[in-house]
Design a protein around this ligand. Sequence first.
Ligand code: ZN
Length: 218
Amino acid sequence: MPAPWIDISRPVQPGMAVWPGDPATRFERVQDLAKGDACTVTRLSMCVHAATHLDAPSHFLPDGKDMTAMPIETGIGRARVIGIENAKAVTAAELAGHGVRKGERLLFQTANSQRLAAPGPFAEDFVSIAEDAARYLAEKRVRLIGVDYLSVGGFHDDGAATHRILLEAGIWLLEGLDLSGLSPGPVELVCLPLRLVGTEGAPARAVARQLARRDRRA
Ligand SMILES: [Zn+2]
């Protein structure tokens, strides 16, 4: 019996935390059965970098590709949840012990998954990917990286550098995951971003299920 699918995307709703300065998420009833209209219709207004979403190269690279360039297989297939012990950052030193391989989809389960799984205000001190780890992952040429808060890069320091290094290496970035329901080890991932044309990111639904652990290094 395969393990059950777990929703690892975050609910999209007004009031959810967004990156400081980004527009808030709004639902607006433009027609409403309760007000005598023939049906109910909602207008959605949100930043493409809110909740669970992907970053395309054009997010930080002037000539980078947009969301339509993402191969559909990038978000579908075997992935690996790596439990990160460092409570401040994902570092190259810690990743070096995990045998990262070319083409892998890696999901970093950090302290964010426990501390920030519940809805709350934006947390500036979330665990992010340090610049040296970004270079390490770029060198390894992984396919996709998933993180359990709104950005791969930190709020105070190397946010832009981390993004640039990873995006220049052709790595797709899956941000804003809730990985609290998974254990470190192999999983099957299905993640499909909205098919937005010309944008540098897109909201996504992501689900995963645990696979039998064959690799003890996970
Ligand atoms: Zn983003």
